[in-house]
Design a protein around this ligand. Structure first.
Ligand SMILES: [Mn+2]
Length: 346
C-alpha cells in the first residue's frame, strides 16, 4: 500500500480495533457460498490485522448440499447464532448483508461496527461506523479477495477454494452480474484453489428427498410468455427456492422466473431474470411490500413473508397472489398460463 492513498475501510476498522479482542462475523441467514467465503476471508484478515479471536455466526440452516459440503471440506467453522452470546464480543461485522434487512439474525437493536456488502445501502446502515459497500462487484467475496491481495496476505488452498466458489456460484460462473473485478480476482484465486475439492463441492450428493422437490416444482411450473412461475409446499431448507428459480431459467426462452415455498413460519420467494436492465430487487420489494421483507440485485432477488398462524390453503392463496402480482408487474398477465410439462394422463 502506498501512503499517498487514503486508508481503506478495513485498515481504519482495524486501527480502531482492540488488538487481541474478539470479533463476531455475521453471515446472512441460510448462508450461501458468497457470505460464507466472505466471512472466512474476513476472519483471516482479522487474525493478521487485529490479532482477533473470531467467530463466524449464521441464522437459519445450511441447506444446500453444495454449501454444507463447502463448509465441511474446507473446514470453515460456522456457528449457529443462537448458540452464541452476541454481547460478549468487542466488535461485530456483517458480510453480504446489512442490519434490519430481515435476512440476518443479528437483533435489530444491535448495530454492527462494520458492514461489507455488494447490495445497495439501506437506511439502517447509515448508522454503522465502518461501511464498505461496492455495487460494481458481483460478489462480496470479490471485495474480500481484493483486500487479501492488497494487504499481501497469504491465502491458503481452502480459503482460495472458498472464495473461488463464492464468486463462481454468485455469478453463475462469471456469467450473471459479474464485473471485471470478479474476473480479475477469480483468475488470481484459481491457481491457488484446490480443484478436486471444488469439484466435490459443485457435484455434491443430494438426499433422496431432493428429487421429490424437483418433481413437485416441475409439476407446479406454469409458463406465461417468457416467464415461468412455480411453487413448493413445505420445504426442508429455504435455499431450494432460489435453486428451483435458477433451474426454471434453463427453459429455452425464459427471461423471468419466480419460485415460492414455505419454510417454517415464512413463505420464501425468489426472482430471477436475464434482463440486466431490470431491477429484480425492486420488483421483489414491491411484491412483498408491507407483508414481508425482500431485496436483491438486478437479476436475482429474494424475499420472505411471515405466515405465522396461516392455514395451508391461505398460504396457497398467498402464493397465487404473489404469482399474479409478479406476472402483472412484468406485463405477462395477459398470457394464459400453460403448464411447463403437459399432464399426459388427463
Ligand atoms: Mn452476495
Amino acid at each position: 500500500m502506498t501512503h499517498t492513498q487514503p486508508l481503506s475501510v478495513l485498515e481504519r476498522f482495524f486501527e480502531d480495533f482492540p488488538q487481541g479482542g474478539s470479533l463476531l462475523i455475521v453471515a446472512h441467514n441460510h448462508p450461501d457460498p458468497d457470505t460464507i467465503a466472505s466471512a472466512a476471508a474476513l476472519r483471516e484478515i482479522a487474525s493478521v490485522l487485529g490479532k482477533a479471536k473470531t467467530t463466524i455466526a449464521y441464522g437459519g440452516i445450511l441447506g444446500r448440499a453444495e454449501n454444507a459440503n463447502m463448509v465441511k471440506y474446507l473446514k470453515l467453522e460456522l456457528r449457529p447464532i443462537d448458540e452464541i452470546s452476541i454481547k460478549s464480543f468487542d466488535r461485530i461485522a456483517m458480510v453480504d448483508t446489512q442490519p434490519t434487512t430481515g435476512n440476518n439474525d443479528l437483533p435489530d437493536e444491535l448495530m454492527p461496527d462494520l458492514v461489507i456488502d455488494h447490495h445497495s445501502m439501506i437506511k439502517a446502515t447509515q448508522e454503522v461506523p465502518f461501511v464498505d459497500i461496492r455495487l460494481d462487484y458481483g460478489a462480496t467475496a470479490s471485495i474480500l479477495s481484493e483486500y487479501l491481495f492488497q494487504f499481501d496476505l497469504p491465502i491458503d488452498k481452502n480459503l482460495a477454494t472458498a472464495l473461488l466458489y463464492g464468486i463462481k456460484s454468485e455469478t453463475q460462473d462469471l456469467g450473471r452480474e459479474a464485473y471485471s473485478i470478479d474476473v480479475e480476482v477469480y483468475h488470481k484465486l484459481f491457481p491457488i484453489a484446490n480443484k478436486k475439492l471444488l469439484s466435490k463441492i459443485v457435484h455434491a450428493k443430494v438426499p433422496k428427498s431432493y428429487f421429490a422437490f424437483l418433481v413437485e416444482s416441475i409439476q407446479n411450473a406454469k409458463v406465461a410468455g417468457n416467464a415461468v412461475v412455480t411453487r413448493l409446499g413445505e420445504v426442508e431448507a429455504p435455499d431450494i427456492v432460489p435453486e428451483i428459480a435458477d433451474m426454471m431459467m434453463r427453459m429455452e426462452g425464459a427471461a423471468w422466473a419466480l419460485c415460492t415455498g414455505q419454510y417454517k413460519n415464512g413463505l420464501h420467494l425468489s426472482i430471477r431474470t436475464t434482463n440486466a436492465q431490470k431491477d429484480a430487487g425492486k420488483l421483489m420489494k414491491r411484491l412483498v411490500r408491507s407483508k414481508g421483507k425482500g431485496g436483491g440485485h438486478n437479476q436475482i432477488a429474494g424475499g420472505r413473508i411471515p405466515v405465522d398462524g396461516l392455514e395451508t390453503w391461505e398460504i396457497f392463496e398467498l402464493q397465487d397472489l404473489m404469482e399474479e402480482k409478479f406476472l402483472k408487474s412484468i406485463k405477462k398477465d395477459q398470457y394464459a398460463k400453460q403448464p411447463l410439462v403437459p399432464d399426459e394422463h388427463s
